[in-house]
Design a protein around this ligand. Structure first.
Ligand code: PEP
Ligand code: MN
Length: 336
């Protein structure tokens, strides 16, 4: 059960509510986000919801029996739209493209990518400065100095930054230079990291774990939300299956299902989703048809020279063609 409190609820009203919940043996958690105050109740007893809903100091109440609650559409029917400022929004009704290299490599690379994005009207740039790599001998990113250099260039260009944070300890130093924190597939159930990102007032894009279920993804999002941050997006980036012909199996099914289960924006990552350049366009378009609110994809001036994930990275002309087709696909879908 979720109870949204009135912002000006009085102490005695709160006490009355807590006593009522105690009487039906519901355990409670208080949640305060940047937007509202809630009490999450968990219990088994049957009761008439009106006996609580009519108490003073309550704005809204709903039964949500799923393990995830605040991120459920059963709680919030109206979809969440995340505002990044400067007229950039993500969520239902606002198709978003995030594009950039897998790794931030150099100032020159940043500048070339920004010029490309500006030409194509893409306003969010992706790129990793802390890279989770399967091998410890691979390039692991330029770190905080790379992020600061990148940030300076994007501010001049009016472009937003999405980048991966790997550890709780990195959050504070990164926060001033990041528009959206990305949680990578390998950290999808790093609950300490999720808790900590709940305490930051910055949007978070949470990727699905490599072998994560839809339910686990939603519960991971619930960690961020219930720690105080309502600005969460989910990202389908392919899962590990028995198929070895491509890097991951893009679970397009999950996109359709997530759009029904949650009010949070759902983003598709076709680059990691299939892991092979020549299929990225098809998987991106399929993801849009399945309901994705946006696409995050890897682009590079010279993909074959990229420090990481070159095999799944589009060149600028390939990417430009795909942006146009994605926008068309989105228009078509919305008109259905
Ligand atoms: C990435 O976005 O470059 C990345 C490492 O993604 P994932 O966590 O989905 O593997
Ligand atoms: Mn990558």
């Amino acid at each position: 059960m979720i109870i949204q409190l009135e912002p000006n609820i009085k102490a005695d009203q709160l006490q009355q509510l807590e006593e009522r919940l105690d009487a039906i043996r519901y355990s409670t958690t208080r949640v305060t986000t940047q937007f509202a105050d809630y009490i999450i109740g968990v219990g088994k007893a049957e009761f008439d919801i009106r006996s609580i809903g009519t108490l003073p100091g309550i704005r809204d109440i709903h039964r949500v029996s799923d393990a995830y609650k605040l991120v459920s559409k059963k709680w919030k029917v109206e979809d969440t739209v995340i505002d990044l400022g400067d007229g950039i929004q993500l969520g239902t009704g606002h198709f978003g493209i995030m594009a950039g290299p897998c790794s931030i490599e150099s100032e020159e690379q940043i500048e070339k990518t920004i010029t490309h994005l500006q030409q194509e009207g893409v306003r969010i740039m992706r790129g990793g400065v802390y890279k989770p790599r399967s091998s410890p001998y691979s390039f692991r990113g330029l770190g905080i100095d790379g992020l600061k250099m990148w940030y300076k260039r994007t501010r001049e260009a009016g472009i937003k930054i999405i980048t991966e944070v790997m550890m709780v300890e990195q959050i504070e130093a990164m926060a001033d230079y990041v528009d959206v924190f990305q949680v990578g597939a390998r950290n999808s159930q790093n609950f300490n990291l999720l808790d900590a990102l709940g305490e930051v007032d910055k949007p978070v894009l949470l990727k699905r774990g490599i072998s994560g279920t839809i339910d686990e993804l939603l519960q991971a999002a619930e960690y961020i939300f219930s720690n105080g941050n309502e600005r969460v997006m989910l990202c389908e980036r392919g899962i590990r299956s028995y198929e070895t012909a491509y890097r991951n199996t893009m679970d397009v099914n999950a996109i359709a299902m997530l759009k029904e289960k949650t009010h949070l924006p759902v983003i598709a990552d076709p680059s990691h989703g299939i892991g092979l350049r020549r299929y990225v366009d098809k998987i991106a378009l399929a993801s849009i048809m399945a309901g994705a609110d946006g696409v995050i994809m890897e682009v590079h001036e010279q993909p074959e020279k990229a420090f990481s994930d070159g095999q799944q990275t589009l060149s600028f002309p390939e990417a430009a063609r795909l942006y146009r087709r994605m926008r068309q696909a989105y228009e078509l879908r919305e008109a259905f």
